[in-house]
Design a protein around this ligand. Structure first.
Ligand code: HEC
Length: 155
């Protein structure tokens, strides 16, 4: 009986999430065709190109780590385990840098319009709140993510 109640609970959650997804697709369908975007893997937002550092900039990595500890660690672990949000290990290999920065700076629109972000929301069932990072702070967090995935950090 308990198990059944739990299943119903889960079904309700999934159902709510499914409704969200339907609403947002209705929104984008009613927009004029000109604003329809082809998914280039860079996400939805102002960041179209990111210049990468080889090796990584140690100061930016340190700044990104501090921001992570203050504003992200409650929901994201540095392993591949999901807590509230997905773990960050391997993220830089999975997503384009532009996508990651747009997800951080423009999460509301990403969750409405970007197919990858919409899928994550379906799995996680929680909307990531906008942490209001500046572009520089988001870029620092990205540098920290690259360091997690084993890229060399300079002096
Ligand atoms: C309250 C919990 C919460 C906080 C705090 C949070 N996130 Fe998230 N994050 C999520 C959830 C949940 C998702 C999955 C998408 C969704 O369901 O909204 C996510 C997804 C992401 C993703 C995409 C992950 C992937 O697998 O592609 C990135 C990148 C990200 N968050 C970065 C950040 C950064 C950077 C911070 C801190 C500045 C942060 N998040 C703070 C909950 C959170």
């Amino acid at each position: 009986m308990k198990k059944l109640a739990f299943l119903i609970f889960l079904a309700t959650l999934v159902f709510t999430c499914g409704n969200d997804a339907k609403d947002s697709s209705k929104d984008s369908a009613s927009k004029p065709a000109a604003t329809k975007k082809i998914d280039d893997g860079k996400g939805v937002g102002s960041v179209r190109t990111v210049k990468l550092n080889i090796p990584l900039d140690a100061k930016m990595v340190a700044s990104g780590k501090a921001i992570y500890e203050m504003k992200c660690s409650a929901c994201h672990k540095l392993t591949d385990k999901r807590v509230v949000g997905p773990g960050w290990k391997g993220l830089t290999e999975l997503r384009k840098p532009e996508w990651i920065m747009n997800m951080v700076m423009n999460v509301e629109e990403m969750l409405e319009e970007d197919p990858t972000a919409k899928n994550l929301l379906k799995q996680c069932l929680v909307r990531m709140p906008n942490q209001k990072l500046t572009e520089q702070n988001s870029r620092d967090v990205l540098e920290f993510m690259f360091s997690l995935d084993g890229q060399e950090v300079g002096k």
